[in-house]
Each structure stands twice: as C-alpha cells, then as structure tokens.
Ligand binder design. Structure first.
Ligand code: AMP
Ligand code: ZN
Length: 145
C-alpha cells in the first residue's frame, strides 16, 4: 500500500528508498503541518490544515492539506473517504471566509472558486503530499479548463 511513498522534494515521489521518517522529514507540507516551517494558515484542526499558496494563481489561492502524509489522490483508499469528504466540505467555507465565496443570489449566481487536485507528473503535481487547491476571485483560468 503506497500511502507512504512520499516526495522528498518538490518534484519527485520517492517510491522505493528511504525510511518513513526520512520521507516525512523531507516533505514540505509535513513540515508546515508540524509547524517546523511557517505558512499563512487560515484553518487547522486535528485532521487538516489550510494555508495560502506561496505562489498564488488567483487572488485567493488556498491549499487544504491533511496532517497525515498521503502522497497523492491515487494513494487514497476507502479509509480516506471521510477525510476527502471533509476536505471538500471545508473548501466552500474557507473560500467564503477568505473572499472567494459563491453566492446563489435571487438575481443569479455570483462569485465562486475552483477546486483542484493535481495528481502525478502528468497532473502537474509538484508536492507529493495530498492537497486540494481552492482558487477564487478573478478568473485567470478563463478560457482554460
Ligand atoms: P501542486 O503542483 O499541485 O503539487 O501544487 C503545489 C503547490 O504548493 C504550488 O501551488 C506551490 O506554490 C505551493 N507551495 C509550495 N511550497 C509552499 C509553501 N512553503 N507554502 C505554501 N505553498 C507552497
Ligand atoms: Zn508530507
């Protein structure tokens, strides 16, 4: 079960070598979760933390990150169902608080945000610790998917 097949840096998942301790010691999001390196946190509980992306792709760009080290969405299984649900349910609440909320107004929908999991090299994943991007505000992705 590849749950601990983690990244040692921003670009490469370590699949075969290194102890779990080494992997976790080298994971930037584990370090943020433990408080070893700082981040602009907007939320934390026993399961999750959320903070502003250091290189935002939108006026509001949050990352929702489980405290537990899981390398990718593809490494999740049935045991992660509640965690994934919690992440998805938290996204609109944090977006609302951070200025990227969606409103279903009487005169039509307004605001809103994009949610994104990148998985693997072809999915554009750079940090091999599961995270959900929540991006709102203007629409830099307009015309893209
Ligand atoms: P991904 O390409 O889906 O793996 O996204 C990784 C994201 O993590 C990128 O948008 C980075 O800008 C962001 N990131 C990397 N290091 C940090 C950090 N120390 N604090 C906040 N965001 C970070
Ligand atoms: Zn990690």
């Amino acid at each position: 079960m590849p749950r601990a097949s983690a990244g040692t840096g921003p670009t490469k998942p370590l699949q075969t070598a290194g102890s779990l301790e080494t992997i976790l010691d080298n994971c930037i999001f584990c370090k943020i979760a433990s408080g070893a390196i700082p981040a602009k946190k907007v939320y934390e509980d026993d399961d999750l933390i959320a903070f502003h992306d250091i290189n935002p792709a939108a006026p509001m760009h949050l990352l929702l990150v489980p405290r537990a080290h899981i390398a990718t969405l593809a490494d999740c299984d049935d045991s992660h169902q509640a965690l994934l649900g919690k992440m998805l349910l938290l996204a609109p609440k944090l977006a609302q608080e951070q200025g990227g909320g969606y409103q279903n107004n009487a005169d039509g929908p307004a605001g809103g945000f994009k949610t994104l999991f990148n998985t693997g090299p072809d999915g554009g994943q750079e940090v091999y610790h599961l995270h959900l991007h929540v991006m709102g505000g203007a629409r830099p992705w307009r015309g893209q998917r």
